[in-house]
Every structure is written in C-alpha cells, then in structure tokens.
Design a protein around this ligand. Structure first.
Ligand code: FPP
Length: 241
C-alpha cells in the first residue's frame, strides 16, 4: 500500500478519471498570512504541482486547472502580470520534467489573446509533450466556457457544416477539450460555490465538491477526502438506476 491507502482500495470504476479544479482563495490566503497577493499566487502555483503529483500517485490520469479566466484581465495590472509570469515560469521549469514523466501538457482557452512569448512557450510545450500519455494536465488560461462555445460555433460555421449535421458530438469535437473526457469531479476551494464560466459544456454531469480551504492550504489529504466523497455518490447521468 502506498500513501493513499483508502483511494487505493477503491474499485477502479469508483475513481474519477478526470478531476477539474477551480483554484480559489490565493488572495485570502495571502491576507490571512499578512503577505502580498503575489506570495499567495506563488503558493497556489506550487500547490498545483503538489496536487498533480498526488493525482499521479492515485492513478487518476486527467487534471484540468482554472489558472486564468477571460474575466481575470479586469484584475489589477500587477496581479495579471504576476500570474502570467508564474505560468511562463511553470512551463519553462516543467517541460523537461513532463517529458521525463510522460506527462502531456495542454492549454485550454483563447491563445490569440495571450502575449506572443507565452503563446510560443505554450506551443513549444504542447508540441514537445503531444505524444505523452501517462498523465494529462490541462491549464485553462484566458479561458471562459461561453467564449469556448462561441469559438467552437465559429469554427463549425467556418467549416460550412450544415445545420442538420450539428450534433452534440460535432460541438464537442470543436471545443478546446475535443479529445479529453469530461470531468468526473469538479473541486472548488475557498468556500465559494459557483462555476464561474468554467467548462460549462463539459461539466454537464460532473459531481461537484466544495472545500472551505483556501487553495494554497488544500492538501493531498483533502484531495483524498474529495475523492472518497465522490466514490460514495450514485451517478445517474439523468437516468434512473
Ligand atoms: C484565485 O485566487 C486564483 C486565481 C485567479 C489564479 C490561479 C492561478 C494560480 C494558482 C497560478 C497559476 C498556476 C500555475 C501552475 C503557474 P484569488 O486571487 O481569486 O483569491 P481570492 O478570491 O482569495 O482573492
């Protein structure tokens, strides 16, 4: 038995295959610790690494994190530039490590709206890890669920697909998550209970779990609790048992 004894005892079909997380509470964490908001984001970024390592150890193959929304541009300039710097630093720092550990990294969101240097970095890491398949890590950056659907509809129209040919599968295939399974479990930290324009299409049948902890304080043990909670739920996908 490894570190996650309870999770390891669960039958495979009770384990989520895809966990999505709304990382919330970095700012409040910083305030609580009387440090700058940047320190809160830094602690938050470090925790993304801790939690992805825990998911890998638990044998859960997909993690998607909401790192920067289409609405986050309205924040103070220093907050925005620090978050962008953290994302760049993460990609530079983790490229080699991802390749070594067979991790595929992808970015969801409108890349056209990002600075060219970040866009180039994303393209480089996405290409370098495109064939890797032990763990799939998605960062939603300049991402909004409505914007993603809008871009998908534009692509469908541009391809000249006829109205009667537009099925849910066609829409799904034009989203940023085209070949990624829908999340089974959505976690939001910091006590807020809303989805804030995250994966609107993909979360249709996901289970939601809200933790009162601020994101930098959310530990692998908290993750284990969320997964055990998920494992006890009955998913009916709108049907009856
Ligand atoms: C919410 O905290 C957090 C964000 C808007 C950004 C999340 C981004 C990171 C943790 C860094 C990027 C990740 C990596 C791996 C480089 P908040 O500032 O809204 O907190 P508050 O609601 O308490 O103010």
């Amino acid at each position: 038995m490894g570190q996650y004894e309870w999770v390891e005892k669960l039958p495979h079909e009770r384990l989520p295959q895809h966990v999505a997380i709304i990382l919330d509470g970095n700012g409040r964490w910083a305030k609580e610790h009387s440090v700058s908001r940047s320190k809160g984001h830094l602690a938050g970024a470090e925790n993304v690494e801790t939690i992805s390592d825990a998911l890998i150890d638990m044998g859960i193959p997909y993690l998607t994190v909401y790192a920067f929304s289409t609405e986050n541009w309205k924040r103070r300039q220093e907050d925005v530039s620090y978050l962008m710097m953290l994302l760049k630093r993460y990609l530079v720092k983790n490229k080699k490590d991802a390749i070594r550990r067979n991790i595929r990294i992808r970015v969801l969101g409108d890349k056209q709206g990002l600075a060219p240097d970040l866009r180039d970095l994303i393209e480089d890491v996405e290409q370098a890890t495109a064939s890797l398949d032990s763990f799939y890590l998605q960062f939603a950056i300049n991402y909004g669920g409505r914007d993603e659907i809008r871009r998908a509809v534009q692509k469908i129209a541009a391809e000249g697909i006829k109205a009667e040919e537009i099925t849910e599968e066609v829409i799904g295939a034009h989203l940023d998550t085209a070949d990624i399974p829908d999340p089974d479990l959505l976690i939001r930290t910091s006590g807020e209970e809303r989805i804030s324009n995250f994966l609107l299409w993909q979360l249709a049948y996901s289970e939601f779990y809200f933790s009162p902890k601020y994101w930098p304080d959310f530990t692998p043990q908290d993750l284990e609790e969320a997964i055990l909670d998920y494992a006890g739920r009955q998913r009916r996908f709108g049907g009856r048992k």
